[in-house]
Design a protein around this ligand. Sequence first.
Ligand code: FAD
Ligand code: SIN
Length: 526
Amino acid sequence: MTQHDVLIVGSGAAGLTAALVLAERCKVLVLAKGALDGGSTNWAQGGIAAVLDEGDTFENHIHDTMIAGAGLNRRETVEFVVEHAPEAIRRLIALGVPFNAEQGSLHLTREGGHSHRRIVHVDDATGAAVQKALLKAAHDSPNITLLPGQTCIDLITGRHEAARYCGSGRVWGVYALDEATGKVEAHTARATILATGGAGRVYQFSTAPRGATGDGIAMAWRAGARVSNMEMMQFHPTCLYNLEVKNFLITEAVRGEGGRLINPRSGKRFMEFYDDRLELAPRDIVARAIDSEIKKFGLDFVHLDISHMPAEFVRGHFPNIYERLLGLGIDMTRQPIPVVPAQHYTCGGVLIDIDGRTDLPGLYAAGECTESGLHGANRLASNSLLECFVFGDLAARDILARWDSFETPPAVRPWDESRVTEADEEVVIKQNWTEIRRFMWNYVGIVRTNKRLERAAHRIKLLFDEVNDYYGHFRVSTDLIELRNLLQSAELIVRSAQARHESRGLHYNLDYPQTDAVARDTILVP
Ligand code: FAD
Ligand code: SIN
């Protein structure tokens, strides 16, 4: 057993932001599954939204966020995050993030749903620059220990105290599998922050990295925390269509800088049939329009075309995407790019308050694994990294402010492996992973119906028995832990989707096409 002041699960934008603030006063352990830069943060392309232009206002950014979120956002959260965005950008600049600048000011690009140019960026690879700067600062801090290769399995609560059984939901840390040794260790702390990212890999097609399996959401749920709005899964309109490279995003900034969506069969620019804002309508609308064209015309993909812009401009704005596509035989300065929608962002998650606190004493959460009230029924582009910086900071400051009320963790029981054996058939895991991701894509995707949701719910019920039985009998591996969490996430998504009897934002159900007058969160209680 190891003991720390604060334990953070996740080394992306949310986790490392919190770690850097906490390290001013306490010792922090950061655990990450796989590599330290293995989360979505490292993959972010477009940038970070912040009001920095003279003609722009906080009210505009708040308004755009709430319009994209179809009124389901909590205004208090939206205001707080938007008003703290410029400060978050200043902190990143101080850490050395080399944002693009033009004539002495930050260059601001534009993305769908934004009424103004307000996206600061580092070319078309903002996330990698942010991840690098945060990791460097964390490595440099003597109070932060970074431990990659640790797959957390479950939260340690009062139920795991060694001296006596206690039903309390007080969180004392996590049990984590060391991916190299296969040993499970208990890591305890006075306070724990979940910053585990989203659950995108629950879908067959997703822009998210392999580890986005909803681990934090599932762990918090199993420990007794409420989750909210899990039906609000965002599909990015433009993921590269390529049979080998399955999850390469083509940033929304391509449309922001003039890219047009074309039906390859008719050769027509089709967004004019769907929305006055054309290619810069919010993501849910553009993704549904593409889905509709693909289904109506029996297409495999649509085209995203920016070849009408000067080649120099395209190469200058999108150097990484240009190079990557060139390697695949597509010259985006001359040819259109084949694209399809793919799952991109988990808007729902562990329910947190404005200080990043969950329902469970001692447990905080920040970033994509949470539902903070910022995104509502659909996230506005480039608001998610921003949420990580603001809520990572908030959670850390709340812990510091309440430090004296956090007791030293008690001794906890070690992980019990006495009743499990080595797995006999790895194929069971692979089969179930594939099955979940397929039926979630087909039945719980961009357009839903009651019948499809029922089918998905039925399959989940069957798989639960099989996966729980397997989990109960065999030694844990990262694949098995992820499968269990993927299935739990799928269950929460389907249950939430079935509970919403309207269409709003990202949740579009043909059996309930209307939008109710009053916006209500879908809050699930364990
Ligand atoms: P992540 O960065 O995903 O980090 C999760 C961390 O948790 C990782 O360290 C992982 O190892 C760890 N973890 C997970 N499970 C476990 C476990 N069981 N045990 C231990 N550790 C665990 N947003 C924007 O605002 N602007 C953009 O331009 C943008 N572009 C994007 C492009 C792509 C391709 C993708 C996929 C997303 C993009 N997003 C963008 C969304 C944004 O990147 C993410 O929402 C954000 O980075 C999430 O950060 P996070 O800190 O919450 O989680
Ligand atoms: C993109 O670059 O299109 C992604 C931006 C985001 O997800 O916020």
